[in-house]
Design a protein around this ligand. Structure first.
Ligand code: ACO
Ligand code: ZN
Length: 346
């Protein structure tokens, strides 16, 4: 079950369908009947989705507490660059911002203010025209900047406050020292304008190669999300490691990852002649073996024969799945990536 908890708008009482509340018990019965009619595959697919989007790390009590505390959206809109953006979720801004419905962000240093005049004054003084840190990728008008949370603490914290407005079940890490932020920008003669970002732990015990990912709403559904995901795997390839995104994934996060994994894996399977193992696929793509297995299983491309998982790839079936996986997203041109993996400086 994919749950959309976005707090996009206030609704009037008339807009609530209270009749449906009373049918909960009946629905459960209907669900049971429906599940009896479901094939095992359909059921597995639903269960898998539920587990991945679910809040497996939160027990019922802490989940309730989280939902209670974050039920009311505090900041309704933000101004960022040339956009006014409606927010989706609660974000724990410092208490002095609690009485503001709207916040004004400097699009370059991400400092936020309560009043437009404060922002205007700030913009006259602020000398940043791009995120702080190193530009590690530029192709056409697209740039990626690597920002070290330890060297740019305030920027890292501002980015987390901003991102939490669009991320639900994510803890806000105040300890930004431990993270690198990869900020995607569209550049023009006025500067480099943030489109989205992902964060990455400097050292991950769980082989996470991405902690949080966000495309700002005005830029969503244009392929930037899949670009950021592809970029995170390109960094993993350079590190010679496999990676996986931190769990839980949001509904949109899961859709984007499923689409990315499907496209990357099926493109390889289509071109490949002869046998190929999950380990080989993982080595080629830096996608963790478990993610490859669940992706191929959900597409019914895996069979269990003589105690082994075997990939069964009929070209026509692959084409059908590729079509269903959506667009490929913006390409990462690896030749434009100038980057060396993070090393702690002594
Ligand atoms: N409705 C239905 N499907 C959607 C939607 C939507 N509103 N948005 C994205 N998708 C799906 C589609 O399958 C889409 O592919 P398609 O356009 O080819 O059909 C795919 O996701 C990715 O589309 P992109 O354009 O590449 O991604 P986008 O730039 O929109 O970014 C992202 C995706 C980052 C998940 C964005 O929706 C977002 O920032 N959401 C809010 C924050 C969030 O949920 N982040 C993930 C949390 S999990 C984690 O951080 C590890
Ligand atoms: Zn600024």
């Amino acid at each position: 079950m994919i749950v959309n908890r976005r707090l996009d708008e206030w609704v009037k009482l008339e807009q609530l369908d209270l009749d449906s509340v009373e049918t909960v018990v009946d629905e459960k019965v209907e669900d049971k009947v429906a599940s009896l009619k479901m094939t095992r595959h359909q059921k597995r697919k639903i269960d898998e989705t539920h587990v991945e989007v679910g809040h497996e790390e939160l027990d019922a009590a802490s989940l309730r507490e989280h939902e209670e505390f974050t039920k009311v959206k505090n900041i309704a809109t933000i101004e960022l660059g040339r956009y006014e953006i409606e927010t989706w979720y609660f974000s724990p801004f410092p208490p002095e911002y609690n009485d503001s419905l709207k916040l004004y962000f400097c699009e370059f240093c991400l400092n936020f203010m309560k009043r437009k005049e404060q922002l205007q004054r700030h913009m006259r003084k602020c000398d940043l025209k791009h995120p702080p840190g190193d530009e590690i990728y530029r192709s056409g008008t697209l740039s990626m900047f690597e920002v070290d949370g330890k060297k740019n603490k305030v920027y890292g914290q501002n980015l987390c406050y901003l991102a939490k407005l669009f991320l639900d079940h994510k803890t806000l890490y105040y300890d930004v020292d431990l993270f690198l932020f990869y900020v995607l920008c569209e550049c023009d003669d006025r500067g480099c304008h943030m489109v989205g970002y992902f964060s990455k732990e400097k050292h991950s015990e769980e082989s996470y190669n991405l902690a949080c990912i966000l495309t700002l709403p005005p830029y969503q559904r244009k392929g930037y999300g899949k670009f950021l995901i592809a970029f995170s795997y390109e960094l993993s390839k350079k590190e010679g490691k496999v990676g996986t995104p931190e769990r839980p994934l949001s509904d949109l996060g899961l859709l984007s990852y499923r689409g990315y994994w499907t496209r990357v894996l099926l493109d390889i399977l289509k071109k490949h002649k002869g046998n190929i193992s999950i380990k080989e696929l993982s080595d080629m793509t830096a996608i963790k073996a478990e993610d490859i297995l669940t992706t191929l299983q959900s597409l019914e491309l895996i069979q269990y024969r003589k105690g082994q998982h075997v990939i069964c790839a009929d070209p026509k079936v692959l084409d059908r799945h590729l079509k269903a996986a959506g667009r490929g997203g913006l390409e990462v041109d690896v030749s434009k990536l100038i980057w060396t993996p993070y090393k702690e400086q002594s």
